[in-house]
Write a protein that binds this ligand. Structure first.
Ligand SMILES: *[C@@H]1O[C@H](CO)[C@@H](O)[C@H](O)[C@H]1NC(C)=O
Ligand SMILES: *[C@@H]1O[C@H](CO)[C@@H](O)[C@H](O)[C@H]1NC(C)=O
Ligand SMILES: *[C@@H]1O[C@H](CO)[C@@H](O)[C@H](O)[C@H]1NC(C)=O
Length: 486
Protein backbone atom coordinates (compact mmCIF):
# COMPACT_ATOMS: atom_id res chain seq x y z
CA UNK A 1 0.00 0.00 0.00
CA UNK A 2 2.78 2.37 0.90
CA UNK A 3 4.36 1.71 -2.47
CA UNK A 4 1.15 2.62 -4.16
CA UNK A 5 0.89 5.94 -2.37
CA UNK A 6 4.44 6.89 -3.24
CA UNK A 7 3.93 5.87 -6.83
CA UNK A 8 0.82 7.96 -6.97
CA UNK A 9 2.74 11.06 -5.99
CA UNK A 10 5.48 10.54 -8.51
CA UNK A 11 2.95 9.99 -11.26
CA UNK A 12 1.39 13.29 -10.39
CA UNK A 13 4.54 14.94 -11.71
CA UNK A 14 3.68 13.78 -15.21
CA UNK A 15 0.02 14.50 -15.24
CA UNK A 16 -3.17 14.28 -13.35
CA UNK A 17 -4.80 11.12 -12.21
CA UNK A 18 -7.43 11.69 -14.87
CA UNK A 19 -4.96 11.63 -17.72
CA UNK A 20 -3.42 8.51 -16.27
CA UNK A 21 -6.83 6.89 -16.30
CA UNK A 22 -7.34 7.95 -19.90
CA UNK A 23 -4.07 6.28 -20.86
CA UNK A 24 -5.02 3.11 -19.03
CA UNK A 25 -8.48 2.99 -20.54
CA UNK A 26 -7.04 3.60 -24.01
CA UNK A 27 -4.64 0.75 -23.40
CA UNK A 28 -7.36 -1.64 -22.29
CA UNK A 29 -9.39 -1.00 -25.42
CA UNK A 30 -6.46 -1.30 -27.80
CA UNK A 31 -7.00 -4.27 -30.14
CA UNK A 32 -4.28 -6.94 -30.21
CA UNK A 33 -1.33 -5.89 -32.33
CA UNK A 34 -0.53 -7.77 -35.52
CA UNK A 35 1.87 -7.75 -38.47
CA UNK A 36 2.92 -4.35 -39.67
CA UNK A 37 1.44 -2.60 -36.66
CA UNK A 38 3.76 -4.66 -34.50
CA UNK A 39 6.76 -3.78 -36.68
CA UNK A 40 5.85 -0.13 -36.33
CA UNK A 41 5.82 -0.52 -32.59
CA UNK A 42 9.25 -2.21 -32.60
CA UNK A 43 10.72 0.58 -34.74
CA UNK A 44 9.30 3.18 -32.39
CA UNK A 45 10.67 1.44 -29.29
CA UNK A 46 14.06 1.04 -30.96
CA UNK A 47 14.39 4.67 -31.94
CA UNK A 48 13.24 5.79 -28.49
CA UNK A 49 15.77 3.52 -26.78
CA UNK A 50 18.52 4.82 -29.08
CA UNK A 51 17.53 8.38 -28.20
CA UNK A 52 17.61 7.59 -24.49
CA UNK A 53 21.01 5.92 -24.84
CA UNK A 54 22.55 8.85 -26.69
CA UNK A 55 21.27 11.50 -24.28
CA UNK A 56 24.48 11.19 -22.32
CA UNK A 57 27.92 10.11 -23.41
CA UNK A 58 31.04 8.75 -21.79
CA UNK A 59 33.42 11.52 -20.82
CA UNK A 60 36.01 11.26 -23.61
CA UNK A 61 38.19 14.16 -22.51
CA UNK A 62 39.09 12.52 -19.23
CA UNK A 63 38.44 8.84 -19.98
CA UNK A 64 36.92 7.15 -16.90
CA UNK A 65 39.30 4.70 -15.24
CA UNK A 66 37.99 1.24 -14.47
CA UNK A 67 39.84 -1.63 -12.77
CA UNK A 68 38.37 -5.08 -13.43
CA UNK A 69 39.27 -8.49 -11.94
CA UNK A 70 39.57 -11.48 -12.13
CA UNK A 71 40.72 -14.12 -14.51
CA UNK A 72 40.09 -14.95 -18.09
CA UNK A 73 40.05 -17.86 -20.44
CA UNK A 74 39.67 -18.94 -24.01
CA UNK A 75 36.05 -19.63 -24.85
CA UNK A 76 35.43 -22.47 -27.24
CA UNK A 77 31.88 -21.89 -28.50
CA UNK A 78 29.91 -24.77 -30.02
CA UNK A 79 26.36 -25.92 -30.52
CA UNK A 80 25.62 -27.87 -27.33
CA UNK A 81 23.42 -30.54 -28.88
CA UNK A 82 25.86 -31.10 -31.78
CA UNK A 83 28.63 -31.69 -29.25
CA UNK A 84 26.66 -34.22 -27.21
CA UNK A 85 25.72 -36.05 -30.41
CA UNK A 86 29.33 -36.02 -31.58
CA UNK A 87 30.60 -37.70 -28.41
CA UNK A 88 27.70 -40.15 -28.68
CA UNK A 89 26.09 -39.20 -25.39
CA UNK A 90 22.43 -40.28 -25.53
CA UNK A 91 19.78 -38.04 -23.96
CA UNK A 92 19.21 -39.03 -20.36
CA UNK A 93 15.74 -39.86 -19.06
CA UNK A 94 16.62 -38.21 -15.76
CA UNK A 95 17.34 -34.46 -15.75
CA UNK A 96 19.22 -33.81 -12.49
CA UNK A 97 21.15 -31.03 -10.83
CA UNK A 98 24.78 -31.75 -9.93
CA UNK A 99 27.03 -29.27 -8.11
CA UNK A 100 29.91 -30.41 -10.32
CA UNK A 101 30.39 -32.99 -13.04
CA UNK A 102 32.26 -36.25 -12.50
CA UNK A 103 31.32 -38.30 -15.56
CA UNK A 104 29.46 -38.28 -18.86
CA UNK A 105 26.20 -39.45 -17.33
CA UNK A 106 26.15 -36.53 -14.91
CA UNK A 107 26.92 -34.19 -17.79
CA UNK A 108 23.88 -35.51 -19.66
CA UNK A 109 21.66 -35.15 -16.58
CA UNK A 110 22.89 -31.69 -15.73
CA UNK A 111 22.63 -30.44 -19.32
CA UNK A 112 19.07 -31.78 -19.63
CA UNK A 113 18.12 -30.09 -16.34
CA UNK A 114 18.96 -26.58 -17.61
CA UNK A 115 18.43 -27.08 -21.38
CA UNK A 116 14.66 -27.62 -21.31
CA UNK A 117 13.79 -24.47 -19.32
CA UNK A 118 16.62 -22.59 -21.10
CA UNK A 119 18.40 -21.46 -17.95
CA UNK A 120 21.99 -20.19 -18.00
CA UNK A 121 24.35 -22.43 -16.07
CA UNK A 122 28.04 -23.02 -15.51
CA UNK A 123 29.61 -26.13 -13.94
CA UNK A 124 33.07 -27.35 -12.95
CA UNK A 125 34.13 -30.68 -14.49
CA UNK A 126 36.11 -32.63 -11.93
CA UNK A 127 37.11 -35.29 -14.49
CA UNK A 128 40.01 -34.13 -16.68
CA UNK A 129 39.69 -37.06 -19.06
CA UNK A 130 36.09 -36.15 -19.76
CA UNK A 131 36.90 -32.46 -20.15
CA UNK A 132 39.74 -33.11 -22.66
CA UNK A 133 37.47 -35.43 -24.58
CA UNK A 134 34.86 -32.66 -24.81
CA UNK A 135 37.42 -30.08 -25.92
CA UNK A 136 38.89 -32.40 -28.56
CA UNK A 137 35.43 -33.19 -29.92
CA UNK A 138 34.57 -29.47 -29.98
CA UNK A 139 37.70 -28.63 -31.95
CA UNK A 140 36.48 -30.95 -34.69
CA UNK A 141 32.91 -29.68 -34.77
CA UNK A 142 32.12 -27.57 -37.82
CA UNK A 143 31.09 -24.05 -36.88
CA UNK A 144 33.08 -23.91 -33.66
CA UNK A 145 34.51 -20.51 -32.66
CA UNK A 146 37.23 -19.33 -30.29
CA UNK A 147 36.99 -16.07 -28.39
CA UNK A 148 38.55 -14.24 -25.48
CA UNK A 149 36.33 -15.18 -22.56
CA UNK A 150 35.82 -14.77 -18.85
CA UNK A 151 33.78 -12.08 -17.11
CA UNK A 152 36.69 -9.73 -16.48
CA UNK A 153 38.13 -9.61 -20.04
CA UNK A 154 34.68 -9.30 -21.61
CA UNK A 155 33.72 -6.44 -19.31
CA UNK A 156 37.15 -4.87 -19.84
CA UNK A 157 36.80 -4.99 -23.62
CA UNK A 158 33.32 -3.50 -23.53
CA UNK A 159 34.43 -0.72 -21.16
CA UNK A 160 37.47 0.05 -23.34
CA UNK A 161 35.27 0.09 -26.45
CA UNK A 162 32.91 2.51 -24.68
CA UNK A 163 35.71 4.95 -23.89
CA UNK A 164 37.32 3.89 -20.59
CA UNK A 165 40.92 3.21 -19.62
CA UNK A 166 41.01 -0.22 -18.05
CA UNK A 167 43.27 -2.11 -15.65
CA UNK A 168 42.49 -5.82 -16.12
CA UNK A 169 43.43 -8.39 -13.47
CA UNK A 170 43.96 -11.69 -15.25
CA UNK A 171 46.62 -14.11 -16.45
CA UNK A 172 46.83 -14.68 -20.18
CA UNK A 173 49.11 -16.15 -22.79
CA UNK A 174 51.21 -13.68 -24.82
CA UNK A 175 49.14 -13.97 -28.00
CA UNK A 176 46.12 -12.97 -25.91
CA UNK A 177 47.76 -9.90 -24.50
CA UNK A 178 48.28 -8.68 -28.08
CA UNK A 179 44.57 -9.00 -28.84
CA UNK A 180 43.45 -6.55 -26.17
CA UNK A 181 42.65 -2.92 -26.92
CA UNK A 182 45.43 -0.36 -26.31
CA UNK A 183 43.21 1.06 -23.57
CA UNK A 184 43.54 -2.14 -21.52
CA UNK A 185 46.53 -2.63 -19.23
CA UNK A 186 46.89 -6.21 -18.01
CA UNK A 187 48.06 -7.05 -14.48
CA UNK A 188 48.78 -10.75 -14.01
CA UNK A 189 51.05 -13.64 -14.91
CA UNK A 190 51.92 -14.82 -18.38
CA UNK A 191 50.58 -18.30 -19.06
CA UNK A 192 51.69 -20.96 -21.52
CA UNK A 193 48.33 -22.70 -21.51
CA UNK A 194 45.28 -20.60 -20.73
CA UNK A 195 42.18 -22.20 -19.22
CA UNK A 196 39.53 -23.23 -21.74
CA UNK A 197 35.80 -22.77 -21.19
CA UNK A 198 33.50 -24.82 -23.32
CA UNK A 199 30.38 -22.85 -24.18
CA UNK A 200 27.52 -25.11 -25.24
CA UNK A 201 25.04 -22.75 -26.89
CA UNK A 202 21.53 -23.65 -27.97
CA UNK A 203 18.81 -21.67 -29.75
CA UNK A 204 15.20 -21.42 -28.61
CA UNK A 205 13.29 -24.52 -29.71
CA UNK A 206 16.38 -26.74 -30.05
CA UNK A 207 15.72 -30.41 -29.32
CA UNK A 208 17.77 -33.09 -27.64
CA UNK A 209 15.91 -36.36 -27.41
CA UNK A 210 12.66 -35.64 -25.58
CA UNK A 211 13.79 -32.13 -24.51
CA UNK A 212 13.01 -28.85 -26.26
CA UNK A 213 14.62 -25.61 -25.07
CA UNK A 214 12.18 -22.87 -24.12
CA UNK A 215 14.64 -20.07 -24.87
CA UNK A 216 18.14 -19.59 -26.28
CA UNK A 217 20.87 -19.90 -23.69
CA UNK A 218 24.10 -21.74 -22.90
CA UNK A 219 25.49 -24.38 -20.61
CA UNK A 220 29.15 -23.82 -19.74
CA UNK A 221 31.68 -26.35 -18.52
CA UNK A 222 35.24 -25.71 -17.44
CA UNK A 223 38.08 -27.44 -15.65
CA UNK A 224 40.23 -24.44 -14.78
CA UNK A 225 43.72 -24.67 -13.33
CA UNK A 226 44.45 -20.94 -12.94
CA UNK A 227 41.27 -18.93 -12.47
CA UNK A 228 40.07 -20.47 -9.18
CA UNK A 229 43.24 -19.20 -7.47
CA UNK A 230 42.66 -15.56 -8.54
CA UNK A 231 46.35 -15.72 -9.43
CA UNK A 232 46.47 -12.18 -10.84
CA UNK A 233 45.30 -10.63 -7.57
CA UNK A 234 48.78 -9.72 -6.28
CA UNK A 235 49.82 -7.91 -9.49
CA UNK A 236 46.42 -6.26 -9.74
CA UNK A 237 46.59 -4.97 -6.18
CA UNK A 238 50.05 -3.45 -6.76
CA UNK A 239 48.96 -1.55 -9.87
CA UNK A 240 45.68 -0.48 -8.27
CA UNK A 241 47.50 1.86 -5.90
CA UNK A 242 48.73 4.11 -8.72
CA UNK A 243 45.78 3.58 -11.03
CA UNK A 244 43.19 5.10 -8.65
CA UNK A 245 40.14 3.99 -10.66
CA UNK A 246 36.73 5.65 -10.69
CA UNK A 247 35.26 2.16 -10.60
CA UNK A 248 36.50 -1.20 -9.33
CA UNK A 249 34.67 -4.24 -10.75
CA UNK A 250 34.97 -7.71 -9.22
CA UNK A 251 33.68 -10.75 -11.11
CA UNK A 252 34.72 -14.20 -12.28
CA UNK A 253 34.57 -15.69 -8.77
CA UNK A 254 32.29 -18.51 -9.93
CA UNK A 255 35.47 -20.26 -11.10
CA UNK A 256 35.96 -21.04 -7.40
CA UNK A 257 32.58 -22.81 -7.22
CA UNK A 258 33.00 -26.46 -6.19
CA UNK A 259 36.72 -26.30 -6.96
CA UNK A 260 38.69 -28.84 -4.88
CA UNK A 261 40.66 -26.32 -2.80
CA UNK A 262 42.91 -27.42 0.04
CA UNK A 263 41.56 -26.69 3.48
CA UNK A 264 41.47 -22.95 4.19
CA UNK A 265 42.73 -21.97 0.72
CA UNK A 266 39.49 -20.45 -0.52
CA UNK A 267 38.91 -18.49 2.69
CA UNK A 268 42.46 -17.10 2.46
CA UNK A 269 41.94 -15.99 -1.15
CA UNK A 270 38.63 -14.31 -0.38
CA UNK A 271 40.09 -12.73 2.74
CA UNK A 272 42.77 -11.18 0.53
CA UNK A 273 40.12 -9.99 -1.93
CA UNK A 274 38.06 -8.57 0.92
CA UNK A 275 41.06 -6.55 2.05
CA UNK A 276 41.67 -5.32 -1.51
CA UNK A 277 38.06 -4.20 -1.88
CA UNK A 278 37.83 -2.55 1.52
CA UNK A 279 41.04 -0.62 0.78
CA UNK A 280 39.49 1.10 -2.25
CA UNK A 281 39.30 4.85 -1.72
CA UNK A 282 35.98 6.56 -1.13
CA UNK A 283 36.20 8.08 -4.66
CA UNK A 284 36.24 4.59 -6.17
CA UNK A 285 32.84 2.93 -6.65
CA UNK A 286 32.84 -0.85 -6.29
CA UNK A 287 30.71 -3.20 -8.39
CA UNK A 288 30.35 -6.95 -7.87
CA UNK A 289 29.05 -9.08 -10.73
CA UNK A 290 27.19 -12.17 -9.53
CA UNK A 291 27.29 -15.46 -11.41
CA UNK A 292 26.03 -19.02 -11.38
CA UNK A 293 27.03 -20.19 -7.87
CA UNK A 294 25.80 -23.35 -6.14
CA UNK A 295 28.61 -24.00 -3.64
CA UNK A 296 27.09 -23.05 -0.27
CA UNK A 297 30.46 -22.67 1.45
CA UNK A 298 31.68 -20.30 -1.23
CA UNK A 299 28.42 -18.37 -1.19
CA UNK A 300 28.53 -17.82 2.53
CA UNK A 301 32.13 -16.56 2.22
CA UNK A 302 31.01 -14.20 -0.54
CA UNK A 303 28.20 -12.86 1.62
CA UNK A 304 30.56 -12.25 4.48
CA UNK A 305 33.73 -11.10 2.71
CA UNK A 306 32.83 -9.66 -0.71
CA UNK A 307 29.29 -8.32 -0.87
CA UNK A 308 29.62 -5.90 2.07
CA UNK A 309 32.36 -4.03 0.18
CA UNK A 310 30.36 -3.41 -3.01
CA UNK A 311 28.09 -0.40 -3.63
CA UNK A 312 26.72 -1.99 -6.77
CA UNK A 313 25.56 -5.47 -7.77
CA UNK A 314 24.80 -6.93 -11.21
CA UNK A 315 23.06 -10.25 -11.88
CA UNK A 316 20.55 -12.15 -14.03
CA UNK A 317 17.11 -13.62 -13.30
CA UNK A 318 18.62 -16.87 -11.96
CA UNK A 319 21.18 -15.22 -9.70
CA UNK A 320 18.73 -12.78 -8.09
CA UNK A 321 16.46 -15.39 -6.45
CA UNK A 322 19.52 -17.42 -5.47
CA UNK A 323 21.16 -14.51 -3.66
CA UNK A 324 17.87 -13.48 -2.11
CA UNK A 325 17.25 -17.00 -0.82
CA UNK A 326 20.64 -16.97 0.90
CA UNK A 327 19.94 -13.60 2.49
CA UNK A 328 16.71 -15.04 3.85
CA UNK A 329 18.77 -17.82 5.40
CA UNK A 330 17.43 -20.49 3.02
CA UNK A 331 19.21 -22.82 0.59
CA UNK A 332 20.63 -22.19 -2.84
CA UNK A 333 18.04 -22.02 -5.61
CA UNK A 334 19.49 -23.89 -8.55
CA UNK A 335 16.81 -23.20 -11.12
CA UNK A 336 14.30 -20.34 -11.27
CA UNK A 337 11.83 -19.13 -13.90
CA UNK A 338 13.97 -18.08 -16.90
CA UNK A 339 11.21 -15.69 -18.07
CA UNK A 340 10.06 -13.95 -14.88
CA UNK A 341 7.51 -11.13 -14.87
CA UNK A 342 8.61 -7.57 -14.15
CA UNK A 343 6.58 -7.47 -10.93
CA UNK A 344 8.27 -10.59 -9.57
CA UNK A 345 11.76 -9.32 -10.33
CA UNK A 346 11.07 -5.86 -8.88
CA UNK A 347 9.72 -7.38 -5.65
CA UNK A 348 12.84 -9.54 -5.36
CA UNK A 349 15.06 -6.52 -6.05
CA UNK A 350 13.32 -4.39 -3.42
CA UNK A 351 13.74 -7.14 -0.85
CA UNK A 352 17.40 -7.79 -1.70
CA UNK A 353 18.15 -4.05 -1.57
CA UNK A 354 16.45 -3.81 1.83
CA UNK A 355 18.14 -6.91 3.30
CA UNK A 356 21.63 -5.95 2.10
CA UNK A 357 21.27 -2.45 3.48
CA UNK A 358 19.81 -3.65 6.78
CA UNK A 359 22.79 -5.91 7.22
CA UNK A 360 25.12 -3.07 6.29
CA UNK A 361 23.60 -0.87 8.99
CA UNK A 362 23.78 -3.67 11.56
CA UNK A 363 27.39 -4.56 10.79
CA UNK A 364 28.45 -0.94 10.54
CA UNK A 365 31.21 -1.74 8.06
CA UNK A 366 31.71 -1.78 4.33
CA UNK A 367 29.47 0.12 1.93
CA UNK A 368 25.75 0.61 1.56
CA UNK A 369 24.21 -0.94 -1.55
CA UNK A 370 23.26 1.99 -3.79
CA UNK A 371 22.85 0.28 -7.16
CA UNK A 372 21.27 -3.01 -8.18
CA UNK A 373 21.05 -3.99 -11.85
CA UNK A 374 19.15 -7.10 -12.97
CA UNK A 375 19.26 -8.24 -16.59
CA UNK A 376 16.66 -10.64 -17.93
CA UNK A 377 15.80 -11.79 -21.42
CA UNK A 378 12.77 -9.52 -21.72
CA UNK A 379 13.82 -6.40 -19.78
CA UNK A 380 16.46 -4.53 -17.77
CA UNK A 381 15.70 -3.28 -14.27
CA UNK A 382 17.71 -1.08 -11.96
CA UNK A 383 17.40 0.32 -8.46
CA UNK A 384 19.60 3.34 -7.69
CA UNK A 385 19.65 5.20 -4.38
CA UNK A 386 18.63 8.84 -4.80
CA UNK A 387 21.52 11.22 -4.17
CA UNK A 388 24.14 8.47 -4.66
CA UNK A 389 27.15 8.76 -6.99
CA UNK A 390 25.41 6.84 -9.80
CA UNK A 391 24.14 9.14 -12.54
CA UNK A 392 22.13 8.81 -15.78
CA UNK A 393 20.15 5.76 -14.68
CA UNK A 394 17.55 6.12 -17.44
CA UNK A 395 20.14 6.21 -20.23
CA UNK A 396 22.14 3.41 -18.59
CA UNK A 397 19.13 1.10 -18.55
CA UNK A 398 18.36 1.96 -22.20
CA UNK A 399 21.96 1.23 -23.16
CA UNK A 400 21.89 -2.07 -21.27
CA UNK A 401 18.69 -3.05 -23.12
CA UNK A 402 20.22 -2.20 -26.51
CA UNK A 403 23.45 -4.00 -25.66
CA UNK A 404 21.49 -7.16 -24.93
CA UNK A 405 20.24 -7.24 -28.53
CA UNK A 406 23.60 -6.16 -30.00
CA UNK A 407 25.44 -8.87 -28.15
CA UNK A 408 23.06 -11.76 -28.78
CA UNK A 409 22.59 -10.86 -32.47
CA UNK A 410 26.34 -10.21 -32.80
CA UNK A 411 25.97 -6.83 -34.48
CA UNK A 412 26.30 -3.22 -33.30
CA UNK A 413 23.40 -2.21 -35.59
CA UNK A 414 20.02 -3.38 -34.41
CA UNK A 415 17.84 -4.89 -37.10
CA UNK A 416 14.18 -4.74 -36.00
CA UNK A 417 13.36 -7.65 -38.31
CA UNK A 418 15.53 -9.84 -36.04
CA UNK A 419 13.95 -8.59 -32.83
CA UNK A 420 10.88 -9.23 -30.79
CA UNK A 421 9.35 -7.50 -27.78
CA UNK A 422 8.37 -10.15 -25.27
CA UNK A 423 7.65 -7.83 -22.37
CA UNK A 424 3.94 -7.36 -21.91
CA UNK A 425 2.27 -4.17 -23.11
CA UNK A 426 2.03 -3.04 -19.54
CA UNK A 427 3.58 -4.31 -16.35
CA UNK A 428 2.61 -4.26 -12.72
CA UNK A 429 5.19 -2.64 -10.44
CA UNK A 430 4.64 -5.29 -7.77
CA UNK A 431 2.86 -8.61 -7.35
CA UNK A 432 1.01 -7.17 -4.35
CA UNK A 433 -2.69 -6.80 -5.00
CA UNK A 434 -3.73 -3.31 -6.02
CA UNK A 435 -0.31 -2.41 -7.45
CA UNK A 436 -0.09 0.09 -10.27
CA UNK A 437 0.37 -0.95 -13.87
CA UNK A 438 2.67 0.98 -16.14
CA UNK A 439 1.98 0.85 -19.89
CA UNK A 440 4.92 0.27 -22.18
CA UNK A 441 4.89 3.46 -24.22
CA UNK A 442 6.65 3.28 -27.57
CA UNK A 443 7.86 6.87 -27.37
CA UNK A 444 9.04 6.55 -23.76
CA UNK A 445 9.89 2.87 -23.34
CA UNK A 446 12.09 3.39 -20.27
CA UNK A 447 9.92 3.82 -17.19
CA UNK A 448 11.49 5.41 -14.11
CA UNK A 449 9.80 6.24 -10.83
CA UNK A 450 10.66 6.96 -7.20
CA UNK A 451 10.01 4.78 -4.18
CA UNK A 452 11.45 4.97 -0.65
CA UNK A 453 15.01 6.34 -0.97
CA UNK A 454 15.60 5.03 -4.47
CA UNK A 455 14.65 5.32 -8.12
CA UNK A 456 13.59 2.28 -10.18
CA UNK A 457 14.04 2.17 -13.96
CA UNK A 458 12.78 -0.58 -16.29
CA UNK A 459 13.50 -0.88 -20.02
CA UNK A 460 12.22 -3.49 -22.47
CA UNK A 461 14.77 -5.57 -24.40
CA UNK A 462 14.34 -6.02 -28.14
CA UNK A 463 14.99 -9.73 -27.86
CA UNK A 464 17.21 -11.00 -30.66
CA UNK A 465 15.56 -13.77 -32.68
CA UNK A 466 18.62 -14.84 -34.69
CA UNK A 467 20.98 -15.80 -31.92
CA UNK A 468 24.68 -15.50 -32.58
CA UNK A 469 25.85 -15.92 -28.99
CA UNK A 470 24.33 -15.72 -25.51
CA UNK A 471 27.51 -16.34 -23.45
CA UNK A 472 29.14 -13.10 -22.28
CA UNK A 473 25.82 -11.28 -22.66
CA UNK A 474 25.52 -10.46 -18.98
CA UNK A 475 29.03 -9.05 -18.89
CA UNK A 476 28.53 -6.84 -21.93
CA UNK A 477 25.18 -5.67 -20.59
CA UNK A 478 26.44 -4.93 -17.08
CA UNK A 479 29.49 -3.11 -18.40
CA UNK A 480 27.38 -1.05 -20.81
CA UNK A 481 25.08 -0.03 -17.97
CA UNK A 482 27.94 0.95 -15.66
CA UNK A 483 29.81 2.98 -18.23
CA UNK A 484 27.22 5.76 -18.36
CA UNK A 485 26.90 5.91 -14.58
CA UNK A 486 30.46 6.70 -13.48
C1 LIG B 1 35.97 -39.70 -16.32
O1 LIG B 1 35.49 -39.63 -17.63
C2 LIG B 1 35.91 -40.70 -18.47
C3 LIG B 1 35.45 -40.38 -19.88
O2 LIG B 1 34.06 -40.21 -19.95
C4 LIG B 1 35.34 -42.00 -17.91
O3 LIG B 1 35.78 -43.08 -18.70
C5 LIG B 1 35.76 -42.18 -16.47
O4 LIG B 1 35.13 -43.30 -15.91
C6 LIG B 1 35.43 -40.94 -15.65
N1 LIG B 1 36.01 -41.05 -14.32
C7 LIG B 1 35.26 -41.08 -13.21
C8 LIG B 1 35.99 -41.13 -11.93
O5 LIG B 1 34.04 -41.03 -13.24
C1 LIG C 1 19.18 -27.32 2.38
O1 LIG C 1 20.56 -27.55 2.61
C2 LIG C 1 20.82 -28.51 3.62
C3 LIG C 1 22.30 -28.52 3.88
O2 LIG C 1 23.03 -28.52 2.70
C4 LIG C 1 20.26 -29.86 3.19
O3 LIG C 1 20.50 -30.82 4.18
C5 LIG C 1 18.76 -29.72 2.94
O4 LIG C 1 18.26 -30.91 2.42
C6 LIG C 1 18.48 -28.60 1.94
N1 LIG C 1 17.07 -28.38 1.85
C7 LIG C 1 16.45 -28.31 0.69
C8 LIG C 1 15.00 -28.04 0.75
O5 LIG C 1 17.02 -28.46 -0.38
C1 LIG D 1 30.75 -8.44 -25.93
O1 LIG D 1 32.06 -8.39 -25.50
C2 LIG D 1 33.00 -9.15 -26.26
C3 LIG D 1 34.33 -8.93 -25.63
O2 LIG D 1 34.62 -7.58 -25.62
C4 LIG D 1 32.97 -8.71 -27.70
O3 LIG D 1 33.81 -9.57 -28.45
C5 LIG D 1 31.58 -8.75 -28.23
O4 LIG D 1 31.56 -8.24 -29.53
C6 LIG D 1 30.70 -7.93 -27.32
N1 LIG D 1 29.37 -7.84 -27.81
C7 LIG D 1 28.91 -6.67 -28.20
C8 LIG D 1 27.55 -6.66 -28.72
O5 LIG D 1 29.56 -5.66 -28.11
Amino acid sequence: MATEARLGTSFMKYGTVTSLLVVLVAYWYRPPLQGSELDGRLDAVLSSLLRAESKVGVNDVARPKVAIGFGGCVDLIVDGVDLLNKIGLPPTDQPLHHDYIKNAEQLAQSFAYFFAPGAASERFVMNETLFSLLVEASRELPGNRWAVGGNAPVMASRMAAEGCDVLLGGSFSTDFNDMFSQHIMVAGNTLDEPDIHLIMEYPSGATWGPYTSRRANRYIVHSDDHNPYLDSMGHFEEKLQDFQPDLLVVGGLQMMDNFPFKHGEREALLGHLSHLMSSASAETSVHFEMASFVDEGLLSDLLELVLPHADSLGMNEQELPNLLSLFRGANVTVLSDPNPRVATVLDQMRELYRLVNEEHRELGLGRALTRLHVHTLAFQAMIVTRGSQWKNTMSAVAKAALTANRHVCGSPDIDPSKARLIMDESFSVSARTGSHRIPLEESRPVSCWDEDDYQICVAPVLVCTEVYQTAGGGDNISAAGLVLQI
